[in-house]
Design a binder for this molecule. Structure first.
Ligand SMILES: Cc1ncc(COP(=O)(O)O)c(C=O)c1O
Length: 385
């Protein structure tokens, strides 16, 4: 897309961010820079915002459609344009958010055996297995690993020992990894060997940065009878509070099982979320292109700031997302996030909430202005060294 066709990314001021993002900004004291929750300090794409405002002005506050064919078409069109693979619109169902979609898929489609959750892994999904009444099996990526990968032998053993579902996060938060087609095929082979299932959380797919390419797990041959993907526009377009994600269910038999569930299983998405998602999918490309360019710049800036101010901090390569996984253990702080907050007045996410038992790790959200990111790293350097 040529630069002249794009819509720019607009930074929020501190006051605007405090109003717009009550959790990320509203829960920290005024002298703290929030770099934790995965929301961006950018104004929502004006085209998405106008569509939501128009819908509200039209009084669109009633129950949304149960199936929302336009939303399904919009997602399928978007996926075809961006990933070169798309589900049939038939396969797309609305859900309230991605985490609820992951849970719904496990509840209804998975066997009662345990759920494999690679760690470090998205903190709000730790414990999800337990909520569905299943055991959680953590599959750790060792900190020493040069490249964060799913250990297929270990996955094989966990399935052999009775686990029946893998929660795949593709692209991965907080590893920043985009799994390659070959890696996904390796995972598929293990899953097929055991008749297991995969729930692929692909919320970060729109946020793949230059150098990497998103391949949906569902784009891999032989996955449709055992996998679903949970997708959303909400992470890339900063509309998490509007509540609408999508469950992609390629198997007709799986759809039948889901559709036969009582309505109360899945009826909570919002009509404004549907408007935001449809508009983002149909008309958001000119804004998303600017966003990806900005995040690419922020990724480079972060690398150079760390090299200058915190050369002993190890950062995993970032192929997607705006979340950096940092190993600050060289500085000797057991709880690096607490030290960052107390001494540096920067709110990071504590690594232990992604990888139970880990020490010295944090997740830093770099979807902010270059000035705030610079200030963040300078403050961290003062706090940790
Ligand atoms: C991997 C992953 N899945 C799901 C979510 C949350 O999505 P939702 O708010 O739609 O549940 C996040 C939020 O950052 C995430 O990183």
């Amino acid at each position: 897309m040529s630069t002249s066709d794009r819509r720019p990314v607009v930074d929020l001021t501190d006051a605007e961010a405090r109003r717009a993002l009550p959790l990320k900004w509203g829960t920290v004291p005024d002298d703290v820079i929030p770099a934790w929750v995965a929301e961006m300090d950018y104004a929502v794409d004006p085209v998405v915002m106008e569509a939501v405002q128009r819908a509200l002005a039209d009084g669109v506050t009633g129950y949304p459609l149960e199936r929302s064919p336009e939303l399904a078409e919009a997602y399928a069109g978007w996926a075809a344009r961006h990933f070169g693979w798309a589900p049939s619109p038939e396969a797309v169902r609305p859900v309230v958010d991605v985490t609820a979609g992951v849970r719904l898929a496990i509840d209804v489609l998975s066997g009662s055996g345990g759920v494999v959750f690679p760690t470090p892994g998205y903190n709000a999904q730790h414990g999800l297995a337990g909520i569905t009444g299943r055991a959680e099996h953590l599959l750790e990526v060792p900190e020493s690993a040069e490249r964060a990968e799913i250990d297929l032998d270990r996955l094989d053993r966990l399935f052999a020992d009775g686990a029946q579902t893998l929660i795949l996060t593709q692209p991965h938060n907080p590893w920043g990894r985009v799994f390659t087609r070959a890696e996904l095929e390796g995972i598929r082979d293990v899953v097929l060997r055991h008749g297991a299932r995969v729930v692929s959380d692909e919320i970060h797919a729109p946020l793949v940065l230059p150098g990497a390419e998103h391949v949906s797990y569902l784009a891999i041959d032989g996955t449709h009878d055992h996998a679903v993907a949970v997708v959303a526009a909400s992470k890339a377009f900063n509309t998490a509070g509007l509540k609408c994600a999508q469950l992609v269910v390629p198997s007709a038999a799986d759809r039948e099982r889901l559709d036969a569930e009582p309505m109360s299983r899945n009826d909570s998405w919002s009509p404004l979320g549907v408007v935001a998602a449809r508009t983002a999918y149909d008309h958001g490309d000119p804004w998303l292109a600017s966003l990806v360019e900005r995040l690419d710049q922020q990724r480079s800036l972060l690398a150079s700031l760390l090299a200058e101010h915190l050369p002993e901090v190890r950062m995993r390569p970032i192929e997607a997302t705006y979340l950096a996984w940092l190993d600050a253990s060289a500085h000797g702080h057991h709880d690096a996030a607490a030290v960052a907050l107390e001494r540096g007045r920067v709110q990071l996410s504590d690594g232990a909430s992604y990888a139970p038992g880990s020490t010295g790790h944090v997740r830093l959200n770099f979807a902010t202005s270059p000035e705030r990111l610079t200030e963040n790293v300078e403050r961290l350097a003062k706090a940790w060294t």
